[in-house]
Design a protein around this ligand. Sequence first.
Ligand code: THU
Length: 139
Amino acid sequence: MNEQLVAHMIEAAIAQLKFSYAPYSEFKVGASLLAGSGKIYTGCNIENAAYTPSNCAERTAFFKAVSEGERKFHAICIAGGKDGILTEYTAPCGVCRQVMMEFCSPDTFKVILAISKEQYKIYTLNEMLPFGFGPANLV
Ligand code: THU
């Protein structure tokens, strides 16, 4: 991934923090997802008074994209922090990693954890979810 694209994805993820609906945890998360078409889909976390219906920023982005016809993905960028203040890397939860496993190649899909445009780390999905279970297991 070239640096300009990474910077653009980080900006898009951070821009989502203002839409985060997190009145319970007050932990705001933004995500940007680069789809096969080249389009970037965004998402934020959306909490719920009943807690379990809450949705992470990553899944919001994935479900927006899949519901618009996307089936292939190159990379996701995630930025999050208490009150939307970015001081540490926010890694995807296990449920979101499993959703990535459904649509993404574990060896090539990139997970970008960002604090700022200058401070970020890139992992493959395989590093995030080793020995994951996916569609290939069912053929
Ligand atoms: N959250 C995300 O949206 N993505 C992550 O990668 C970690 C956690 C959300 C879920 C919940 O709304 C809040 O952060 C605290 O767990």
